[in-house]
Design a protein. Structure first.
Length: 404
């Protein structure tokens, strides 16, 4: 094995012109390419520029991406109907070229439901960071009626981890399994893993400049929520928390994000009498989201079924104190009293009360806001920048190889 590792990274989609998993996979590949001899294997999206031009420092192997279910991107993202074809392509490639690599890495998909084509190829491999699989708390289920039918298929994931031999072997034979947060290890408890490590799959390119947050001319404390308009992101809980603080006229909530939940939250704000303290912007350009981070006072994101929580990193990058749910990925990202405040998830009523208390505590204590904001920014600088994350991943590759 040479000093510079020869790494094969696989993911069904890799592109800087995409969103979601494909974009995260690109960020990992771009950060790794200067540190290892990297080869990527993925489908090529017909609507995106060639991956070879996006990743000039890597060797790129692509196949035409099937267009099945393109008319329903959310269904396609969950079911990944192209996965069996991708497995066949990767296995064929490994039969011809597997001996050229020191280690392989299935960086995506994130969900714990896809058996890997790397198993049985005679090459040590890493899977992850894995995430997802979080259930909806029973007390919140009645308010999630707008979910699509296919999202209920997630309930099968836990059964498959117990009884699907191909999936169990995929994780059990991996040299190293990565998870986005400690809850992933709990989900994988039915499988005897060789090695496991928590690695948040998300990162940032650079830290925002440090800025002292000064009182606004309007005298208000500005709360910010960024996320898709779905019930699980906790926006409705923030609106209810604001209503519990109705005696305060110094609070204003801004929401950035589109989806079916936004209209419901607007109606909830009207019903509770706080519509004049809420602004729902819908989907806005990325640059405008960054401006919101820069100008807000508190980031409130009590998402209670969040596998990771990239928006928390984004907010901490700007030195914002955060309020998050003590569940899933945010529970691992946010350190209580150091980078933010966390709220337990039991019932919608209790969550709204806890979020209200956290908002009032931060609104009344500028020093606490500054201290938590500085703590969050320090955390991002220490572990969230892509070059540092890539260097840490290379260290994990060596750990996996040394354990053989």
């Amino acid at each position: 094995m040479s000093a510079r590792l020869k790494v094969l990274m696989i993911a069904p989609d890799i592109s800087c012109e995409a969103t979601g998993e494909a974009y995260v996979a690109f960020q990992w590949a771009q950060a790794l390419a200067p540190l290892v001899d990297l080869t990527t294997a993925s489908f090529q999206d017909p609507g995106h520029s060639a991956l070879s031009t996006q990743l000039p420092e890597a060797r790129v192997v692509t196949w035409p991406r099937p267009t099945i279910l393109d008319s329903n991107p959310r269904l396609r993202a969950m079911l990944k109907p192209e996965w069996p074809l991708f497995m066949r392509k990767v296995r064929r490639y490994l039969r011809a070229h597997g001996a050229e690599f020191d280690i392989a890495h299935q960086i995506m998909p994130q969900a714990m439901r896809y058996a890997t084509p790397l198993r049985g190829a005679g090459l040590p491999y890493v899977i992850g960071p894995l995430g997802g699989g979080l259930s909806t708390p029973k007390a919140f289920a009645a308010e999630g009626g707008g979910a699509k039918w296919y999202t209920r298929l997630r309930a099968l994931d836990h059964l498959r981890l117990r009884y699907d031999p191909a999936l169990r072997a995929s994780y059990g034979q991996a040299a190293l399994v990565l998870g986005v947060a400690p809850y992933v290890r709990d989900h994988l408890a039915p499988i005897a893993l060789r090695d496991y490590e928590n690695v948040l799959e998300l990162g940032i390119a650079e830290a925002a400049p440090p800025e002292a947050r000064k009182p606004r001319e309007d005298g208000k404390i500005h709360l910010l929520h960024v996320g898709r308009g779905v019930r699980t992101k906790g926006l409705r809980d923030v609106v209810r928390a604001l209503a519990l603080l109705a005696e305060r006229d110094d609070l204003h909530l801004t929401s950035a994000g589109a989806g079916e939940e936004i209209a419901l939250c607007r109606a909830e704000a009207e019903r509770l009498g706080v519509a004049d303290r809420c602004t729902f912007l819908g989907a806005i350009p990325r640059a405008e989201v960054e401006t919101l981070y820069q100008s807000a006072d508190i980031f409130v994101f009590p998402s209670w079924r969040e596998p990771a929580g990239n928006v928390l990193y984004e907010a901490m990058r700007w030195g914002l104190p955060v309020i998050a749910a003590a569940r899933g990925g945010p529970d691992g990202i946010v350190e209580e009293g150091v980078t933010g405040l966390k709220c337990a998830v039991s019932t919608p009523e209790a969550l709204a009360r806890d979020v209200a208390r956290a908002i009032a505590r931060l609104a009344d204590d500028a020093d606490l806001r500054a201290r938590l904001g500085a703590g969050g920014r320090a955390k991002v600088l220490a572990e969230g920048l892509w070059p540092a994350k890539a260097a840490g991943l290379v260290t994990l590759y060596h750990r996996a190889l040394e354990a053989r």
